[in-house]
Ligand binder design. Structure first.
Ligand code: ZN
Length: 150
C-alpha cells in the first residue's frame, strides 16, 4: 500500500520474499525460555493486585477530576481538556486491559481460579466476554506467524 500503484507486479512479488525469514532460528523456544532468569516467571498475588488497584485508582481519579473540574475551566480550555482526558484515560484503561489479558494467559497468579475471577471481572468491565475471548486468544497465540491459521 505504501508504494501506491507504482510498484510493478514483479517487484511486488520479489520484495516480500526477500524480507521474510524462511528458515528456523538457530534456537528453540525452550532454549529461549531457559535463557530468561527463573525469577522472571514467578507470579506474586500481591504485586498483581497492586497493579489492579493502582490502575483502577488512577482511572477513578482522572474521571473524578474531569467530571468535577473541567466545567469550571474558561471557555476554550474546557473543550480542549476532554480530548487530553480521553487520551490519558485510554492509556490507563489499556493497562487494565493488559492485566485482564494476562489473566487469560494464567500469568496474574499461580491460582487458575483467581486468574479467571479477576479476568472475568475486568473483562466484563471492559465489555469483553472473558472465557470465549480466552479460547479464541489461545488459538491466536498458538498460530502466531501462520499465514493460514493466524
Ligand atoms: Zn495474549
Amino acid at each position: 500500500m505504501g508504494a501506491g500503484g507504482r510498484v510493478t507486479k514483479i517487484e511486488a512479488q520479489e520484495k516480500p520474499l526477500s524480507r521474510v525469514p524462511h528458515s528456523n532460528p538457530p534456537f528453540s523456544v525452550g532454549q529461549l525460555k531457559k535463557a530468561i532468569p527463573p525469577h522472571c516467571f514467578e507470579r506474586s498475588l500481591f504485586i498483581s493486585f497492586s497493579y489492579v488497584v493502582y490502575d483502577l485508582l488512577m482511572a477513578y481519579l482522572l474521571f473524578y477530576i474531569a467530571t468535577t473540574y473541567f466545567h469550571q475551566l474558561p471557555y476554550p480550555f474546557s473543550f480542549l481538556a476532554w480530548p487530553i482526558y480521553w487520551a490519558i484515560q485510554g492509556c490507563i484503561l489499556t493497562g487494565v486491559w493488559v492485566i485482564a489479558h494476562e489473566c487469560g494467559h494464567h500469568a496474574f497468579s499461580k491460582y487458575q481460579l483467581v486468574d479467571d475471577m479477576v479476568g472475568l471481572i475486568l473483562h466484563s468491565c471492559l465489555l469483553v466476554p472473558y472465557f470465549s475471548w480466552k479460547i479464541s486468544h489461545r488459538h491466536l497465540h498458538s498460530n502466531t506467524g501462520s499465514l493460514d491459521r493466524d
